[in-house]
Design a protein around this ligand. Structure first.
Ligand SMILES: Nc1nc2c(c(=O)[nH]1)N[C@H]1C(S)=C(S)[C@@H](COP(=O)(O)OP(=O)(O)OC[C@H]3O[C@@H](n4cnc5c(=O)[nH]c(N)nc54)[C@H](O)[C@@H]3O)O[C@H]1N2
Ligand SMILES: Nc1nc2c(c(=O)[nH]1)N[C@H]1C(S)=C(S)[C@@H](COP(=O)(O)OP(=O)(O)OC[C@H]3O[C@@H](n4cnc5c(=O)[nH]c(N)nc54)[C@H](O)[C@@H]3O)O[C@H]1N2
Ligand SMILES: [Mo]
Length: 805
């Protein structure tokens, strides 16, 4: 079968951005909002609307919260500001059992939740409940727990600083540090790896540094889709002549060429700007090999320079004054053979030497990275290898140089800053005690994986979710779904219905909240909340749209309502704090000294940057120095070695926001109207007697540590793709059933979503869906819900999933 004969699979030849992006924005707005006043307002690009885009955490050039044009930002905003509603009538018509069979797309596409709802077991339906009754039942259930550590308080990274701060206060006063959060599945390897190395778990660069660097390395992230506004930064850098080196197994469009929708000339002439100057299609898990190869090159150049009377290539003054541990890293890099580097990375030595030399010759370098680095068995070590490379040339804490982890959710970094952590420092707990007068629990709590395990084993019986879709985002849906179904109490503070809400326990509540875009009126007037972006800029966000329903409450108000019902501490003035969020910010400032003059500074245009000591070459490590940390071996994941196994990464399509599926398209990868595909290199297909378009089964192998028992996905359609040989990719969250709960980086607990060793074979299965836990992944009907041409429109047969092509 040739490429264009597989329904819904075709080539995409153009650049990222351009008219396609504008059309996608228009479509998203039309389908979710109609031609309303609000939609028109959002279309006015670059007009300050006052709210922080709920899309990604990439900073705004002016550090304001204006709605800067971006295709996926527009999707996120219109998805929230939709005119569709999920009402009590809807729930009366559809039982939970019936809704379970809906796809994730269909569930959220019903629109915004309008009423607080309670699950009624007799009718298997959600029925409306008053806020008062919901709070009092939640409070009673929490009080009934024999041990506060039997409750889990989950945070998804969209929550504001104010909501997150009140949430941690509520949980700690209740008596637990059980704070599973989305960060545990995301940048935890950064949060653990960077503090050990440079004394702070955040990136060190600001947007201005991108104007002063001469090389940018983009490792394991896909900005064209996940941080689209970053393309504007990369485009400007490229136009200035900055070298942009990409390490990624997939040839991602947004990293190749970009047509800026903001640039009339590019738009009218159809021209585009190249982004990557070098694109290395590393094998999944091969990054450490490349990084070590680069370090080998730097050391060789250094020795050569010294031997010929030069100054060397290492930044010796910086290393002597600021660092420790170089010798161990040099010994390890010297002991690493080029054979291993080439074999593991799949990249030729000459190529690695070329980018190694480029690195050595650049005066200022930034390394950006995402989930391609963190979501591996050795995610923490991967992060620290990047630091080693940067430290060698003093690329840290000076203009144009540093490390840039691309955060996920728009406030995931801020949530951590204001206390959402299962491993609180003694300083944080002391400060809470000083400010609020109660002794918070000292015992460490549960991360996301540990929380699921505790629920599965009956050690936790209540789950309060501040947003998100935890069991669906988590590995091993079988275990995660069962864990949540076994609860006595599940509470979901949410904007839209999702699958987590259908995992009903004894008492289950859906509490509908205001979104970022909406006006938040409290006693003292309209409120703003604050967020922190990927570069530690804190700024205000104020919604302006009329709320989706009169019954909605803000996240802080919902937390306060539950806290009042569950706690007996009259010193905590929940009502007073909700009346005026300035008071919450005053509390944040009292607990965290870095927020000094919070209310004043956040009112300055652009907000303020939190102090990042490493940005000024101050190292908050035990020894007061930045640390080179050696890790032996070249594998990002120890299992990559199995020669018969292919390594599968789970990735995001262009039309999804984590578990939120905006449509079944993935435009830049040429996929339309479906998600049940597996991206495979042609060579790997041929080696197994397979071809493009075949229905295939994917099965995990028992790994060296015996952690990853047999798991299968059946009947995916193989797509011959420009991906590194030996590497496979499939969509998250559907492919989560291939990851076992224990399959994590032991240092940070980050699930290894990006390296799953699997075997691939022609599908033997006859049936359609494997089982109900995963049925949604297939999209029962291959329609394109965005209105783009469907396979049928194009005169092609609809996909028949019952007979192999
Ligand atoms: N529109 C949109 N925006 C988002 C999100 C979204 O879902 N949709 N999610 C938000 C969140 S929470 C996050 S964390 C970020 C995620 O942003 P990204 O980090 O970009 O996330 P992924 O799509 O998971 O893919 C990462 C990239 O890693 C590559 N990759 C996979 N394995 C490897 C490897 O071993 N090595 C290397 N070098 N590369 C590898 C993949 O090919 C892919 O290009 O985006 C945030 N922004
Ligand atoms: N296999 C695999 N699994 C992964 C990943 C991967 O790359 N591969 N990535 C991981 C990563 S990086 C992350 S961050 C997690 C994401 O995990 P989560 O953060 O738990 O998931 P989301 O899909 O972002 O949550 C979506 C839901 O949030 C709710 N929501 C949206 N806006 C708001 C709001 O303003 N307030 C409230 N209260 N609720 C709101 C809606 O109800 C929506 O259904 O998934 C992880 N899981
Ligand atoms: Mo994330």
């Amino acid at each position: 079968m040739s490429k264009d004969e597989v329904p819904g699979v075709g080539p995409y030849g153009g650049p990222a951005g351009g008219w396609g992006a504008l059309q996608a924005v228009a479509r998203a707005l039309r389908q979710q909002m109609g031609v309303t006043r609000e939609a028109k307002m959002l279309l006015k690009v670059n007009q300050p609307a006052g709210f922080d885009c709920p899309g990604c955490a990439w900073p705004d050039p002016r550090s304001t919260s204006s709605f800067e044009f971006c295709e996926n930002g527009a999707k996120a905003v219109s998805w929230e500001a939709t005119t569709k509603r999920t009402t009590p009538e809807f729930f009366a018509h559809h039982s939970v059992g019936e809704l379970w069979k809906w796809t994730d797309f269909d569930l959220e596409n019903e629109g915004r939740l309008t009423h607080p709802m309670r699950y009624d077991r007799d009718s298997d339906r959600y029925i409306p409940v008053s806020w008062e009754e919901a709070f009092s039942r939640i409070g009673a259930n929490l009080r009934a727990l024999p041990d506060p550590n039997m409750a889990e308080f989950y945070t998804s990274g969209r929550a504001s600083n104010e909501a997150a701060f009140l949430f941690q206060l509520f949980a700690r006063r209740f008596g637990t540090n059980n704070f599973p959060d989305c960060s545990n599945m995301c940048h935890e390897a950064t949060s653990v790896g960077l503090p050990e190395a440079i004394g702070v778990g955040k990136g060190t660069v600001t947007l201005a540094d991108f104007e002063h660097c001469d090389a940018i390395f983009c490792i394991g992230h896909n900005p064209g889709t996940n941080h689209p506004r970053m393309l504007a930064t990369l485009r400007e850098a490229s136009l200035r002549g900055t070298k942009i080196v990409v390490l990624n197994p997939l040839h991602e469009r947004g990293l190749v060429r970009f047509t800026s929708p903001q640039d009339p000339v590019e738009m009218m002439t159809g021209r585009s700007t190249p982004i990557a100057s070098d694109y290395l299609q590393v094998k999944i898990g091969g990054d450490v090999a490349v990084l070590k190869g680069m370090m080998k090159t730097v050391l060789a150049l250094d020795r050569e320079s010294l031997a010929t009377g030069g100054q060397g290539v290492l930044d010796r003054a910086f290393i002597a004054e600021h660092t420790s541990g170089l010798d161990d890293v040099v010994a390890d890099v010297d002991a690493t053979s080029w054979d291993d580097v080439e074999g593991t990375s799949g990249i030729a030595r000459a190529e690695i030497e070329r980018i190694g030399r480029l690195y050595a010759e650049s005066k200022a370098v930034i390394v950006c990275y995402g989930m391609g680095i963190t979501q591996h068995r050795r995610g923490t070590a991967n992060v620290q290898q990047i630091v080693n490379l940067l430290l060698m040339r003093g690329n840290m804490g000076r203009d144009g140089a540093g490390i840039c982890p691309l955060r996920g959710h728009s406030n995931v970094q801020g949530d951590r800053t204001v206390g959402i952590t299962e491993i609180p420092s003694p300083e944080l707990l002391d400060a809470i005690e000083r400010v609020f007068g109660f002794p918070p629990p000292r015992e460490h709590g549960h991360s996301a994986v540990a929380a699921i395990e505790a629920m599965r084993d009956g050690r936790a019986k209540a789950l309060i979710c501040l947003g998100g879709n935890l069991p669906v985002a988590m590995s091993d849906p079988e275990a995660s779904f069962e864990a949540v179904r076994g609860l006595d109490l599940a509470v979901h503070i949410a904007t839209k219905l999702n699958r987590s809400h259908l995992l009903v326990g004894k008492e289950t509540f859906i509490l509908p909240c205001l979104g970022r875009t909406e006006l938040d009126m409290q006693e003292s007037g309209a409120q703003s909340v604050t967020v922190e972006d990927s570069m530690s800029m804190v700024h205000a966000s104020r919604g302006s749209l009329t709320p989706a329903s009169e019954l909605l409450k803000s996240e802080p108000a919902i937390i306060a309502g539950m806290a009042k019902a569950a706690l007996d501490d009259t010193r905590l003035d929940w009502d007073g704090w909700i009346a005026d969020y300035d008071r919450i910010r005053t509390l944040i400032e009292a607990v965290f000294p870095s927020f000094e003059r919070f209310n004043e500074r956040v009112r300055e245009p652009g907000g303020f940057r939190l102090y990042i000591p490493a940005s000024e070459r101050r190292w908050a490590t035990p020894g007061g120095r930045a640390r080179f940390i050696a890790h032996q071996g070249v594998l990002a994941d120890p299992r990559v070695e199995r020669s018969d196994a292919l390594i599968l990464a789970t990735i995001r399509s262009h039309d999804q926001y984590n578990t939120t599926i905006y449509s079944y398209n993935d435009r830049y990868r040429g996929i339309t109207g479906r998600r049940d595909v597996l991206f495979v290199n042609e060579v790997d297909l041929a080696a197994r007697g397979l071809k493009h378009g075949d229905l295939v089964d994917v099965e995990t192998i028992e790994d060296v540590e015996g952690l990853c028992g047999k798991r299968r996905v059946e009947r995916l359609t193989a797509v011959a793709y420009d991906i590194a040989p030996g590497s496979l990719a499939a969509y998250y969250p559907e492919a989560n059933c291939l990851v076992s709960l224990s399959d994590v980086d032991p240092r940070s607990g980050t699930p290894s979503y990006k390296s799953i060793p699997v075997l691939l074979s022609l599908s033997r299965s006859e049936g359609a869906a494997v089982d109900d836990a995963h049925m949604w992944q297939r999209g029962d009907v291959p329609i394109d819900r965005t209105g783009a041409a469907t396979a049928a429109d194009a005169g092609k047969p609809a996909i028949d999933r019952t007979t192999p092509p």
